[in-house]
Write a protein that binds this ligand. Structure first.
Ligand code: AMP
Length: 420
């Protein structure tokens, strides 16, 4: 029988790596909580129509990358390729939006059927925030400041790339101008770009093809079409970022791959990652709530790719165990199990691993060493009789000592600062 393997582009995260990923997640959760954001969880599977109506039928994600299948009753369902659509759907469904301001965060897995390569997986994890009911540039600035705090805590400094897409009317005029402009060069375009010209001309700005890149030099610019309101919004945002000393690069070609953005869009980019260099991105999506059946509500958010963030860090896993408990007989084992329960209760955060399946002193000590524990507590018949244990610090030259059971908690508590 052939060996079963994980699905291409969907990776296992083994314990050492999981520990590092959990640390990254905790940084983002703490950052969001520090700004008063609340967690929301929504399903991995939604009706396909949700993504078609929000992300856009002619985007790469919906056209080519969704895991879509028929449920047993014939309904078309899809694995979520991103978080905003599901979050908005949930917020509308449960009445979280009307007459209220909401600040939410989420964390979880997303699925896109892309060609697997470095930085592109078919199952990947994102951390994201979504805000509802606030239309000013100050909330755009707030989510960028939240991001800044997360990057700082991780010791990273990706470049912030910023753009404004104006309002839908301004964009419609620009879109028309782009179509007129590129139509003049249609014969020079590659098939994919010709198709984009018909279906989603803004996506031409993302195109990697050299001919488009060259043509863009002279292409009509949205900047020249922006009205007073759009300009004021963008300037307001930039003022706050400047006041906080946050650096950014303006890139008028940043459009992002989803249809629902208005005004501010941004990405955090780490060039050292190579081709897939965006760690995350987001922007305003003021029409989406209404488009999905809710009352018109301004909104803004971002999503970050946790695998790509991990790639930027040199983090290594640390030991999973502080103290390993060795016992040399049945009575000793029972007593040690009780001691372990007492210590876990009394010293939250202390990580205690109990030896299993007996074994000689030597083999138990070998397991203790392998566990990475710093301390070993050993109980033989003599210690059991005296209600004591031998305490040995494996990675220090200190002599072992015999400690009364009554005193062991205090010694361990002092030695191991809570790891939280
Ligand atoms: P997007 O909303 O598509 O810009 O995604 C936000 C972030 O999620 C990206 O900047 C990446 O860090 C991450 N991401 C998106 N798609 C993938 C993928 N297929 N594999 C790994 N990470 C991804």
């Amino acid at each position: 029988m052939s060996r079963l393997q994980s699905v291409r582009g969907m990776h296992d995260v083994l314990p050492d790596e999981a520990q590092i990923r959990r640390r990254i997640e905790q940084v983002w959760i703490d950052a969001a909580c520090g700004f008063g954001y609340e967690e929301i969880r929504f399903p991995l599977v939604e009706s396909t129509a949700l993504f078609q109506r929000s992300i856009g039928e002619t985007t790469d994600i919906v056209e080519k990358e969704m895991y879509t299948f028929e449920d047993r009753n014939g309904e078309s369902l899809s694995l979520r390729p991103e978080g905003t659509a599901g979050c908005v759907r949930a917020a509308i469904q449960h009445g979280l939006i009307p007459n209220r301001q909401q600040r939410l965060w989420y964390l979880g897995s997303f699925f896109r059927h892309e060609r697997p390569q470095k930085g592109r997986l078919r199952q990947f994890d994102q951390f994201g925030v979504e805000t509802f009911g606030m239309c000013g540039p100050d909330i755009d600035a707030e989510i960028l400041l939240l991001g800044q705090q997360g990057w700082q805590r991780l010791g990273l400094s990706p470049r912030l790339v910023l753009n404004t897409l104006g309002n839908p009317d301004e964009r419609a005029v620009w879109r028309g101008q782009l179509v007129d402009y590129f139509s003049k060069f249609e014969s020079q375009l590659e098939d994919d770009d010709r198709r984009r010209l018909k279906t989603n001309p803004l996506r031409l700005l993302d195109s990697k093809s050299k001919s488009i890149q060259d043509l863009l030099e002279e292409a009509p610019r949205l900047e020249d079409l922006l009205g007073e309101e759009s300009r004021a919004h963008f300037e307001g945002l930039r003022e706050i970022l400047d006041a906080h000393g946050i650096d950014y690069t303006l890139n008028p070609r940043l459009v992002r791959g989803l249809d629902y953005y208005d005004f501010t869009v941004f990405e955090w980019v780490e060039e050292s990652l190579g081709a897939q260099s965006a760690l995350g991105g987001g922007g305003r999506y003021d029409r989406l709530v209404e488009q999905l059946g809710g009352r018109a509500t301004p909104a803004a958010g971002f999503a970050l790719g946790l695998e790509r963030i991990r790639e930027c860090l040199e983090a290594e896993a640390t030991a999973a165990v502080d103290a390993y408990l060795v016992a040399l007989g049945e009575g000793e084992t029972a007593r040690m199990r009780a001691l372990a329960m007492q210590l876990r209760q009394e010293i939250p955060g202390l990580r205690i691993r109990m030896n299993m399946e007996g074994g000689s002193m030597k083999s138990q000590m070998r397991r203790a060493d392998k566990s990475g524990a710093q301390a070993v507590l050993i109980m033989g018949a003599e210690e059991l009789g005296q209600q004591s244990v031998i305490l040995k610090f494996l990675r220090e030259s200190e002599e072992q000592q015999t400690v009364l059971l009554d005193n062991i908690a205090a010694i361990l508590a002092e030695h191991f600062a809570p790891t939280g």
